[in-house]
Design a protein around this ligand. Structure first.
Ligand code: 26W
Length: 812
């Protein structure tokens, strides 16, 4: 593990395995050589971890997710192996900068946003807590698209992240699994008179596992993320080939491999596409078969202990095909009765909901579902029949309730409601922040809550302090280590010990210095990627997340226009200089989100190009927001924008990353903001806006026209927008945005919160002018962020749902 031996291996991989020398630009091969050297060191720990779990013969949890937004792995691996500083030094003596190698790694962008990144933080925490947890996901050939900005518009560029190979993964053809699609079912009676179902005439696809190591923090544990790739079966193309149609055979092979070709870049509206359902079933079936194969190897067809030893956590409804698939495998492949299979399924499955937005709730057309997965459709119908008869017994005659709660939505077309299927089948249903869990129980899933109140629980999200503080903010980490020791890295509640230092002038000076240096790093990124100059004396005001109307990037832009208007009118006496950064991707088919990106860029061009704003105001849109960009953005942020319409953001996790890094939050009482404010104290949080209850209560009488008319600032802002000041050469392009603000049906009620947002921003200006006071608040935010470690979240899941032992492997 010493730096010299790592560098020896690095040399050997570079010159012998990869066969390179210094005659050309070989930075990528150097990166790969370093990864291979580190992977070698992980492999022994990986094996020890597997052995320790086997020997403990303990329960295991499988985190099933269509998304794992891992980002880069190199820095994380070095930090967790505790070889980062020494390796950097040793490489430097050879004239190689570690930072340059780190930059060579493509982000593993196998996720859209919050839900995918949460899965990645959870894996880190499970390994650090030495819990027997395996991630199962899809190895998309193309991850989240790369975003380019062209004349202010989003352009989507395919993200071929595997082009240069992925040195982290290990392919495991020995565990390849066969997945069925299509065909039909046959009911036969065997010799003993038992009915048997066979799913036949299927078009099969192979699932090929690729394993990625997940190291814990300096503890010898290495867990596994197993990602499936789709491949054609051999006889699939052989049969076509024998028929003399070589080209058709290759086309068929392509069709099979299409399943894992691309991540759906849609994060908030389901699109009902067949290929997406194929992906979902592919993941569910491959993972469950993988787990059952191992079970049968040890226990034969004895499943009596299966539920005690296995747990499946469903990351939203996306992997919910696992419910009927586990039923199928247990009954059709392993001969269990319906009731035994149902007991096992419901005792092992747990469901996490991540959204209340109705348009994001998955439902699948029954005809399509039946065509693609005929056996699963039968099982879903039978689950529904059992469930509805239970409801009929409990609420005799209440047919409206049966219609409301049915897993199958009736109407012109029938649909499978995946969330209802998950709730009926799972023994645990959780939301991701206190408010969100409450709203699930009181509104979205209220009928189900009445039937099974004990199923429902809350698990407030968290993020890993290893990546989001220790790795991405080394200067702040060093200062914290010097002050309170290193215990916080695995026990974030220890940050509380920083609290008294908020009153220590010398510590504040150091804290401020660290923040300024981090702001400079962020300013460098903004200059490079946006060609906008950010002055580190200004407030760095940041909103980075997926672009969505409910997240209200629009409110942020209205504030910038308001500041611009004040500058133009000379109303600058108590205006604190600000640099506003907005970043995020829009779903390719989401017109309004794309138009908001265009607006940010249009306003930025006018504001930044006007000499009147010099030294007072800057606005930049950061292209291609991604995990590795957040690692630089987070430490350099003063003000975190969390301004969603109350009741719409399930939790948020960016809000937590900013808080840990000493940013103050301006936010609504939504998602985890509520808990952030509780922890930090109301005096260290800039609150504004309607509450979730008020949003609902005010909706009927909402009249944005009157609000705008009654507010001189708002009127001028809308005047500027409407005048075409930001779109001189593209008249009318912002009309849809303007209309949405004026619409009394605006679901996000942007105008309702304008005044209180502008006033809160004034309080920010005032607070920032008092450097000591601001720094004090910044320290308090970091000091009180302990709750938002994903270690705490995972311990909550483990205590209340998984009930796994912690298992330490033999040290190498
Ligand atoms: C069907 C298409 C689709 C795909 C993804 C619909 C919905 C999703 C996700 C549920 C979107 C998502 O990432 N939700 C976010 O999950 C985070 C982790 O729990 C929360 O912090 C965010 O508030 C929530 O928006």
């Amino acid at each position: 593990m010493d730096a010299d031996s790592i560098v020896d291996d690095f040399r050997r991989y570079f010159s012998h395995t990869l066969g390179r020398d210094e005659s050309a630009d070989t930075s990528h091969q150097m990166y790969a050589s370093l990864v291979l050297s580190l992977r070698d060191r992980l492999v022994e720990r990986w094996r020890n971890t597997r052995l320790a779990y086997q020997e403990a013969n303990c329960k295991h949890t499988y985190y099933l997710s269509l998304e794992f937004l891992m980002g880069r792995a190199l820095g994380n691996a070095m930090l967790n192996l505790d070889v980062d500083a020494a390796t950097a030094d040793a490489l430097r003596t050879m004239g190689v900068e570690l930072e340059a190698l780190v930059e060579q790694e493509h982000d593993a962008g196998l996720g859209n946003g919050g839900l995918g990144r949460l899965a990645a933080c959870f894996l880190d925490s499970c390994a650090t807590l030495q819990l027997p947890v395996t991630g199962y996901g899809i190895r998309y050939e193309y991850g989240m698209f790369r975003q380019k900005i062209d004349n202010g518009n989003q352009l989507e560029v395919p993200d071929h992240w595997l082009r240069d190979g992925n040195p982290w993964e290990i392919e495991r053809p020995e565990y390849a699994t066969r997945i069925k699609f299509g065909g039909h079912t046959e009911f036969i009676t065997d010799q003993s008179g038992k009915m048997q179902v066979r799913w036949v005439d299927t078009r099969d696809v192979m699932a090929m596992p690729h394993d990625v190591p997940v190291p814990g923090y300096q503890n010898g544990t290495v867990n596994t993320l197993r990602l499936w790739r789709a491949a054609a079966t051999e006889e699939f193309d052989l049969s076509e080939f024998n028929a003399g149609s070589y080209t058709e055979a290759v086309a068929a092979k392509n069709a099979a491999e299409h399943i894992t070709m691309v991540l759906y870049p849609n994060d908030s509206s389901e699109n009902g596409k067949e290929l997406r359902l194929r992906q979902q079933y592919f993941l569910a079936s491959a993972s469950l078969q993988d787990i059952l194969r191992e079970w049968v190897k040890l226990h034969g067809n004895d499943f009596s202990q299966f539920a005690e030893k296995n747990c499946f956590q469903l990351n939203d409804t996306h992997p919910t095909c696992s419910v009927p698939e586990l039923m199928r495998l247990l009954m059709d492949e392993h001969g269990l009765s319906w009731s035994k299979a149902w007991t096992i399924t419901s005792r092992t499955m747990a469901y996490t909901n991540h959204t209340l937005l109705p348009e994001a709730l998955e439902k699948w057309n029954v005809n399509m579902f039946r065509r693609l997965l005929p056996r699963l459709m039968e099982i879903v119908c039978e689950i529904n029949a059992h469930f509805l008869s239970e409801i009929a017994l409990r609420y005799p005659g209440d047919t409206d309730r049966q219609r409301r709660m049915s897993i199958i939505e009736e109407g012109d077309q029938q649909y499978v409601r995946m969330a209802y299927l998950a709730v009926v089948a799972c023994h645990s249903v959780n939301g991701v922040a206190a408010l969100h869990s409450e709203l699930l129980q009181q509104h979205l899933l209220h009928d189900f809550y009445e039937v099974w109140p004990k199923k429902f629980n809350n698990k407030t999200n968290g993020v890993t302090p290893r990546r989001w503080m220790a790795w991405s903010n080394p200067t702040m980490s060093k200062l914290i280590n010097q002050t309170i020791g290193e215990g916080w890295i695995t026990d974030l509640s220890q940050l509380q010990k920083l609290k008294p230092y908020a009153d220590d002038a010398a510590f504040r000076a150091e804290w401020h210095q660290v923040k300024q240096a981090n702001k400079q790093r962020l300013a460098d990124l903004v200059l490079q990627d946006c060609d906008v100059d950010f002055d580190t004396h200004a407030i760095f005001d940041v909103q980075v997340k997926r672009i969505h109307e409910y997240k209200r990037q629009l409110l942020n832009v209205l504030h910038v226009i308001h500041l611009y208007d004040r500058i133009k009118r000379g109303d600058t006496a108590d205006l604190t200089p600000r640099c506003v950064l907005i970043g995020g991707k829009a779903a390719p088919g989401y017109m309004m989100a794309k138009r908001i990106i265009k607006l940010v860029n249009a306003v930025a061009r006018v504001v930044n190009g006007d000499p009147a704003t010099a030294g007072l105001l800057r606005l930049a849109f950061l292209p291609d927001y991604r995990v590795s960009a957040m690692e630089i953005i987070c430490p350099g942020t003063d003000l975190s924008e969390q301004v969603s319409t109350a009741g719409k953001e399930a939790s948020g996790t960016g809000n937590m990353k900013f808080m840990m890094n000493g940013a103050l939050t301006i936010g609504t009482l939504d998602g985890a903001n509520i808990e952030i404010r509780e922890e930090a104290g109301a005096e260290n949080f800039f609150l504004f806006g309607l509450t979730a209850e008020e949003v609902d209560a005010n909706r009927a009488s909402y009249n944005p026209g009157a609000i705008i008319e009654g507010d001189e600032d708002f009127k001028r802002v809308m005047g500027l927008l409407t005048s075409g000041n930001f779109n001189l050469f593209e008249p009318g392009i912002f009309d849809p945005i303007i209309h949405s603000i004026y619409s009394s049906n605006d679901p996000w009620m942007t105008a309702a919160d304008f005044r209180s947002y502008i006033d809160a921003q004034r309080r920010v200006d005032q607070a920032y002018r008092n450097r000591d006071e601001w720094t004090r608040m910044s320290i308090i935010n970091t000091a009180t962020s302990g709750k938002f470690s994903s270690d705490r979240t995972i311990m909550d899941y483990n205590r209340e749902v998984w009930k796994l032992p912690q298992v330490a492997p033999k040290q190498p």
